[in-house]
Each structure stands twice: as structure tokens, then as C-alpha cells.
Design a protein around this ligand. Structure first.
Ligand code: NI
Length: 231
């Protein structure tokens, strides 16, 4: 499932993250790439241990934790601490690759199975040319470029790339989620069901209590989640 999540960061959070990371020291993105992706990775990445990276990561993590669409779409069990990258000048692209299946966090040594790959856009799309995130989806190729502060979630199993940035610069935050529901199809079904139940409850918002159908559907949602969740 490819899921666009608008307004993960508010304008103040976005400005704070931008100013924190822009003044920090950037290193070659190949430092953290696997051997296949290192061949095609040509961007800059913020060193994880920098205080600016720590502060920016904190802002993003809080925003994610309180965003209902992220929670219901990802059903997160573990989120890899968000990282930041920059595409500009000669470090301007990342060719086709699939993210490593398991990421081990350097300081905590915790493992995260990368069920879901996430990009949080941090640059205004009108400020740069190129830089589309291209994801090979079940339904073909998706070319994605969203507003600053918006995020996109896609299955970790997807081949993807970032097109060359030919003007300006593209800042982004990226991270992975190990989901309580490992299977993408099951996660999609739960998401659709959750959204439909929400819409039904909205339509009937003047009723004193939920209809018995809504109660049953909500029960089905939780019983499916109970069947599939690994917590
Ligand atoms: Ni990737």
C-alpha cells in the first residue's frame, strides 16, 4: 500500500527541522548504504549522532506518534529513528534499489525489520526540479513529490529511486517501520476497514450511540488485528 499522509509536520515544526539540519555537517550518503545500493547512491546524509540530528529526529518522532493516519496506516511496532538526507549539486540522485530488510540501529543495537519505508518531504516542491521519489508499485510506477511536511509510506519490498535534482535542493527525512502487521495486504485491509468505520461513525455523528452494525464492524477490525498482530 502506498499511502500519502498530508501535514505530518506543522509549519513551525517544519521550520525548526529545516533550520536545525541546514546548519549541520553533511556526509556522503554512501557511508550507510548496503553494497548494492552504494553503487547507485549519490546524496548527502546527516550524521546520526549530531545534536542537530537528535533534535530534528525528536520533533519528527513526536509528530509521527500523534498522527492518527500514520498510526492506523503503519500500525507501528518499532520505528527506526528518523534520518535526514539532502540532494543537491553533484550529490543529487539515488538509483533503483530495495532497502535492506533489517536495519540495526548503531547506538541502541536494536533491529528493525523494514516492513514499511517512509519519506517525509522537507522542501517546498516549487523550490527544486527533479527529485521525484519513484516507487515500483503493484499498479506500475508512481512518481511522488509532495508538499513540505507531508509523508509517504510504501512497502519496504518495493524497488525505488530518487530522480536527479537539477535545480535547488531536496531535503527529506526517511525512516523505516516494523509493523505489528507484517503483511502489506493485511495492513491495507485493516486500513480500509478502519477508514470506512470512521466514515460511518462520522455520518451518524448525531446519534447518541453507535449502531449495532458499527459495533460489529469495529469488533471485526479488532478481531482481525488480534489474529494478525505481532506485538
Ligand atoms: Ni531507499
Amino acid at each position: 500500500m502506498l499511502l500519502h499522509i498530508p501535514h505530518v509536520l506543522g509549519i513551525d515544526e517544519l521550520r525548526s527541522v529545516q533550520s536545525l539540519i541546514l546548519e549541520a555537517h553533511w556526509q556522503d550518503g554512501r557511508m550507510t548504504a548496503g553494497s548494492q545500493s552504494a553503487q547507485v547512491k549519490n546524496n548527502l546524509q546527516l550524521e546520526e549522532t549530531l545534536p542537530q540530528a537528535e533534535q530534528a529526529r525528536h520533533i519528527v518522532s513526536l509528530a509521527l506518534a500523534r498522527h492518527p493516519q500514520f498510526i492506523t496506516g503503519a500500525l507501528p511496532k518499532t520505528v527506526y529513528p528518523p534520518l535526514f538526507n539532502r540532494y543537491a549539486g553533484t550529490h543529487n540522485a539515488f538509483g533503483d534499489h530495495i532497502d535492506n530488510a533489517v536495519r540495526t540501529h548503531a547506538t541502541s543495537e536494536r533491529h528493525v525489520r523494514t516492513d514499511i519505508s517512509c519519506t517525509l518531504f522537507l522542501s517546498d516542491p516549487s523550490s527544486y526540479d527533479g527529485g521525484e521519489l519513484v516507487v515500483q508499485d503493484t499498479y506500475g510506477q508512481q512518481r511522488l513529490k509532495f508538499a513540505a511536511g507531508d509523508a509517504v509510506l510504501y512497502p519496504g519490498t518495493s524497488v525505488h529511486r530518487v530522480e536527479p535534482v537539477t535545480r535547488g535542493e531536496r531535503l527529506a527525512c526517511f525512516f523505516w517501520v516494523q509493523s505489528m502487521v507484517r503483511d502489506d495486504t493485511q495492513r491495507r485491509l485493516l486500513y480500509d476497514m478502519d477508514m470506512a468505520i470512521l466514515a460511518l461513525r462520522q455520518q451518524a455523528k448525531h446519534d447518541r450511540e453507535d449502531s449495532s452494525e458499527v459495533v460489529k464492524l469495529t469488533g471485526c477490525y479488532h478481531n482481525l488485528l488480534r489474529m494478525w498482530a505481532d506485538v
